[in-house]
Structure formats: structure tokens, C-alpha cells
Design a protein around this ligand. Structure first.
Ligand code: SF4
Length: 431
């Protein structure tokens, strides 16, 4: 089969999206491509965002390729599946431009994973993949009957067919990805990096997937949930290929980059710097020293609340006191030039307490953001505790709650986020 894999041209005006807006490698499509080609299929992988292309020109290329199936992602890379833009206007706009010229249309991403019926309706595509998509896309390309493929949703007449629960990739043996030279040459962005010592191009890599914790705000119930560590030789092979293409900085998209000595020791030997997101309570001073020596230049650590009660309310399962967490952050900063403590707006944390700890951390060179409000993503436990299992109106409900509940927004968000119905009005016919 001939399969087109598409990362659309993202735009975020009016969105509550608080992830990074720069282009990143669409890892989910990279894995799909590797598995498809291994099975003998022909692929055309396109990235409108990175290559600065219009949907119409992409659609024409897909038509010329003669795609039997076109796969579009509803989030800009696996890195942002847990905090995707809620609105589907961008993939919907791409599918509208494609206008039936790409064969069977398939959407992958966090939206269809949790609300397959609403996502099918809004996008007007043929099939939704629920959960981690790479193996399921390969099965779709094998041309098996849809009823025999787990982890998908589709319509038969008026009836919505949902085959089983969301898929989870085994991931441990996920192949070492390779990327087109022209993509890497344009990837100047060093994700979540703020020091001045930049060299080389940027890229994103996964060494592990999922997380053993279940924090209430974390949107990963349908994907990237259980913790899996990828085979080290495959991770290193991917990194070495990137270094050979001129990459000097890698961002590990792992939900939680756990201390892993063999990987860190292998990175010490390589001329590459990197950034991670992690929980600081899982690190010891000697491992923080090794982390810095291995080339880590950016740590984003989820502290969330500055009180034991606040962390308990978020189900963080953190055993340390705030003083201990602060000491570890400050120790990390001795070895790593940028360390961020992520904070969430919590009732348990008074304004005075937040000011006190932000002062302590900022004086020690650790960045701590102004606490930001929570968005109750439909794939998070928070959503379930507010409204139960997500239904077809889940995204609209979460969005309206967020807009009403918070009057002050994070300084990295649009100042005036607008209702979801308005964001999707021009391209999702369901509203
Ligand atoms: S530790 Fe991080 S990745 Fe894991 S559940 Fe909590 S917020 Fe999510």
C-alpha cells in the first residue's frame, strides 16, 4: 500500500495551547513510517509545520503520490499528546484541502484516543486510531478487515464501531528512527533550552515512554501510560545518526526521564547536549552530577504544589518535603545550566508561600514559573473525577470549565483564549 503520513501546519491563535509552538519531529509518524517500510509498504512522510508548507500543496503532492491511505496526527508530535491543542481545526483544515485525494483517511492522536465518535464527526475521516498508533497504522496498511483491527473506531452507516480499547505499543524494540536530511537541516530549535551555549541542530528522541505515576492532572490514560524503557542500543543508534546529521542538542520527550546510568554514561562519550522532563524527587546528588556531565543543559521538573497537602491533592505520591525538593533542584542547578520547577495554581498554596519559595529558587538560579491553571484534559484523572467517563462533549466541557474557572492565565498562553465551538466553527462541520 502507498501511505502518506502528515503533520499539518499548526497554528495556535485563540488557543489555550501552552506547549511550544516551534516545529518538532513528529515521532509518531516516524515510527509509523519505520514499521510500514519494514512491512514493504511505500510511504510519503510530510511535515507542513517544519517545512513551512501550505495544506493545499501537500494535498497535491499526496494526490500525485497516489496514496491509498493518508494518516494525519491531531497533535504536533508525541511530545505534546498530553497537552495538545483541544481544537481540531488544523487537521480538519488539512483533510478539507485533501478533499478525498489521499485514499482512506486516518486520524491518530490524543483526541480520537479518548473521544473517537466526536473526533470522527469533526474531522470527517474514515478511521480513528485510539492510543499509540504505530503498530495499528501498520495493520491498517496491511488491508485487514476493519472489524479485525483492535484500537480503531469507524462508522458503518450511522453506527459508530469502536474496536476494543486504546492501543499501547510494546515500544521496547521500537526501531531507531532516521529523518530526512532537509528536515534536520531546518530543525534549528532546541526545545526548552535557555542557556547561551548552543551548537548544532536540534532533534527529539524517546528513550522511554509512559510513567509509573498517576498524577490527577496528567492526560495519559489512553496513551503513553505504562512505563516502558526502549532498548539502549536502539536509542543510541538513533542518537548517533542524528549527531552525524549535525545535531548538537536532543530533547528526550520521555514523560519522565528516570535516572538510567547506562544511558547517561553512553551520553558522556558523545558530543551532544540534551534536555529532559523528570521528577526531581527520583534523583540523588551523584546521579545529578552524572546527568550534568552527560550533557544535560535543561531540566523541567514537575513540582506542581509547594505544600505536602497540595501535592497529595494532585496524587503526586511524592515522599519528600518542599525543603528537600528545593534542595535537590538547587543541587541539580549546580550541574545543569537551566532547571525549571513547574508550578500549578493550587488552593493549598497561599500567595505568600508561593512568593517565598519562588524567591528561594530564583535566587539559587532555579526558574519557577508563576503557578498556572489546570486544564482538565479528557484523558486525565481530573476530568473523570469532575464528570465521569468522557463522552462526545468532553473537550467542549473541559474547555468551558477552564475558561470560566480561571480569570488569570499563564503568561505563555494567548491572552484571550476563545470557546472551542468558535475555534472549530470554520472547519469542523459538527458544531
Ligand atoms: S510524574 Fe509526570 S508524567 Fe508521571 S503522571 Fe505525574 S505528571 Fe504525568
Amino acid at each position: 500500500m502507498r501511505v502518506a503520513l502528515v503533520n499539518p501546519r499548526w497554528s495556535f491563535e485563540g488557543s489555550i495551547y501552552f506547549g511550544c509552538r516551534e516545529p518538532h519531529l513528529p515521532l509518531e509518524l516516524g515510527y509509523c513510517r519505520a514499521l510500514l517500510e519494514r512491512a514493504g509498504h511505500q510511504t510519503l512522510m510530510l511535515d507542513c509545520h517544519l517545512m513551512d508548507r501550505e495544506h493545499e500543496s501537500l494535498a497535491a503532492e499526496i494526490a500525485a503520490f497516489g496514496a491509498d491511505m493518508t494518516v494525519v496526527t491531531t497533535a504536533p508530535s508525541y511530545l505534546f499528546w498530553r497537552c495538545a491543542p483541544p481544537e481540531l481545526r488544523v487537521p480538519a483544515d488539512f483533510l478539507r484541502s485533501l478533499a478525498g485525494r489521499g485514499g482512506k483517511t486516518v486520524a491518530v492522536g490524543p483526541h480520537g484516543s479518548v473521544t473517537p465518535g466526536a473526533t470522527l464527526r469533526k474531522l470527517g475521516c474514515d478511521v480513528i486510531v485510539r492510543g499509540e498508533c504505530e503498530e495499528v497504522v501498520a495493520r491498517l496498511a496491511d488491508g485487514l478487515p476493519l472489524h479485525s483491527i483492535a484500537g480503531i473506531a469507524f462508522r458503518e452507516g450511522e453506527e459508530l464501531i469502536v474496536n476494543g480499547g486504546p492501543a499501547a505499543s510494546p515500544f521496547v524494540e521500537a526501531p531507531a528512527l532516521t529523518w530526512p536530511a532537509e528536515w534536520i537541516a531546518r530543525h534549528h530549535h532546541h526545545h526548552h533550552r535557555f542557556d547561551d551555549n548552543r551548537r548544532g541542530l536540534g532533534a527529539e528522541v524517546e528513550a522511554s515512554r509512559g510513567c509509573p505515576y498517576t498524577c490527577s492532572f496528567c492526560a495519559k490514560i489512553e496513551f503513553r501510560d505504562a512505563y516502558r524503557r526502549r532498548r539502549l542500543d536502539l536509542v543510541l543508534s538513533e542518537i548517533d545518526a542524528l549527531i552525524a546529521q549535525g545535531v548538537g542538542y536532543i530533547y528526550f520527550v520521555d514523560e519522565i526521564f528516570l535516572p538510567q546510568k547506562p544511558l547517561l554514561e553512553a551520553l558522556v562519550e558523545r558530543d551532544v547536549q540534551f534536555g529532559i522532563q523528570t521528577r526531581i524527587d527520583l534523583w540523588k546528588p551523584d546521579l545529578l552530577e552524572l546527568l550534568g556531565r552527560a550533557g544535560c543543559v535543561s531540566i523541567e521538573a514537575g513540582i506542581e504544589s509547594l505544600t505536602v497537602e497540595g501535592r497529595a491533592a494532585l496524587a503526586k505520591r511524592c515522599r519528600l518535603e518542599t525543603e528537600d525538593l528545593a534542595a535537590l533542584l538547587i543541587e541539580a542547578r549546580r550541574h545543569v545550566p537551566f532547571v525549571q520547577a513547574n508550578l500549578i495554581g493550587m488552593e493549598e498554596d497561599s500567595a505568600e508561600l508561593v512568593t517565598y519559595w519562588r524567591d528561594v529558587l530564583l535566587k539559587a538560579g532555579v526558574w519557577a514559573n508563576e503557578p498556572v491553571p489546570l486544564y482538565p484534559y479528557p484523558s486525565s484523572p481530573s476530568y473523570r473525577s469532575l464528570w465521569g467517563e468522557p463522552d462526545d462533549a468532553a473537550w467542549e466541557r473541559a474547555h468551558a470549565y477552564y475558561l470560566q474557572a480561571f480569570s488569570a492565565f499563564s503568561d505563555i498562553q494567548e491572552k484571550l483564549p476563545v470557546p472551542l465551538e468558535k475555534l472549530e466553527a470554520s472547519c469542523c462541520p459538527a458544531h
